[in-house]
Design a protein around this ligand. Sequence first.
Ligand SMILES: [Ca+2]
Ligand SMILES: [Ca+2]
Length: 137
Amino acid sequence: MSASSPGSSSPATTTVKISVVDVNDNAPVFEKPSYELSVHESTPTATPLLSVRAVDADSGDNGRVSYSIAAAGVGSIGGSIGVDIGDLFSIDSVGGVVSLQAGLDRESRDSFEVTVVAEDNGPTDSRKSSSATIVVK
Ligand SMILES: [Ca+2]
Ligand SMILES: [Ca+2]
């Protein structure tokens, strides 16, 4: 009476690897829907003002965020219509650091509303973006 018979072998096993491919289904989300800061009109140009950050839950390029300033922000400064907010403020597309690009004149205009956009780098037809507002006073 032997407990195990030497002729029996364990069932054959194999490993199946399943890779889950990421789909770009998340938009970047800003840490705050709006930011507010004060800038002295004597602030030199190219001064970093603040950094914004948006997080995207996807992986790879689907979650890699690029920042820009919305082109729609056109305002009037000192009576001259059509000064583009994008000429006054710039944003580092990788780091999200917003900088002053031109001199401010409080007597002409004492506040700005800048819309910043975060867009992921997924396939062109599935790119997702979101925006936040920066109020500069
Ligand atoms: Ca995803
Ligand atoms: Ca995404």
